[in-house]
Design a protein around this ligand. Structure first.
Ligand code: URA
Length: 237
């Protein structure tokens, strides 16, 4: 929480003195109500501030981060049950960022985070079919039939999946290590696809998102995307 006049001054609206005058003149609204009391506390993350009827936009620099998510973190900004979120892995000074899509708490690997809402929207829009590759360790010795079905489309309760690309890397000790590339983002999609063909997933890691991969980023760590990567992402959607 912050004092309103201090917030206005920091946002570059006017000096602290002038901001106080604006407030006293009844030109500032917080969540639709005129606020004339100096020292009123506001939450810049939540409260909507209008000055002379114009919504104040706090300009943020766009930030794009590639995180290697460890197990046990959920992909939301805040959790009401006190669970660990991916934001716990990012320093506060990076500001408010949002995950591009989601990874289940038990899924590890590549997760993009950004404050660029427009790019997030485009990257997660089904029409762009951004490819995502996962490494799945599944129970059982995977069969040709199962691979064929994954490649052709699996009927799930929310529809048929679009064809995936599947590569069986290893089968050993009653388990199979399978690489799968999908172009959609249905909820828990990979786990449900393997479950549907009879090979439940024991562990799952996202290894790439389009042309981006995890090279050089160890679990729990992140890196900032290069301007070249950001431009390529923007061009591809
Ligand atoms: N598919 C899943 O089942 N889980 C994930 O976290 C991502 C894709």
């Amino acid at each position: 929480m912050e004092r309103l006049q201090k917030f206005l001054a920091a946002a570059g609206i006017a000096s602290r003195r002038k901001s106080e005058e604006l407030i006293q003149q009844g030109r500032v609204k917080v969540n639709g109500r005129v606020v004339k009391t100096l020292g009123t506390k506001i939450d810049p993350d939540k409260d909507r501030i209008h000055i002379d009827g114009k919504l104040l936009e706090t300009k943020e620099e766009p930030v794009y981060i590639l995180l290697n998510k460890p197990k046990g973190y959920i992909s939301t900004v805040r959790d009401t049950h006190g669970r660990k979120t991916v934001m716990d892995l990012i320093p506060k000074y990076m500001g408010r960022l949002y995950p591009v899509g989601r990874l289940d708490s038990q899924t590890t690997g590549l997760l993009l985070l950004t404050n660029d809402g427009e790019l997030t929207y485009k990257l997660t829009h089904p029409k762009h079919e951004f490819s995502k590759t996962y490494l799945a360790l599944v129970k059982g010795k995977i069969t040709h039939e199962a691979v064929n079905q994954l490649e052709q489309g699996v009927p799930l309760e929310d529809g048929l999946t679009v064809p995936a690309k599947v590569n069986v890397l290893e089968t050993k000790d009653g388990k199979s290590l399978v690489e799968i590339t999908i172009h959609e983002g249905k909820n828990r999609q990979v786990r449900r696809m393997f479950q549907a063909v009879g090979f439940p997933v024991q562990s799952l890691k996202r290894t790439s998102f389009g042309f981006l991969n995890l090279k050089g980023v160890s679990p729990g760590k992140f890196r900032i995307l290069t301007s070249h990567e950001i431009n390529n992402l923007k061009k591809s959607v």
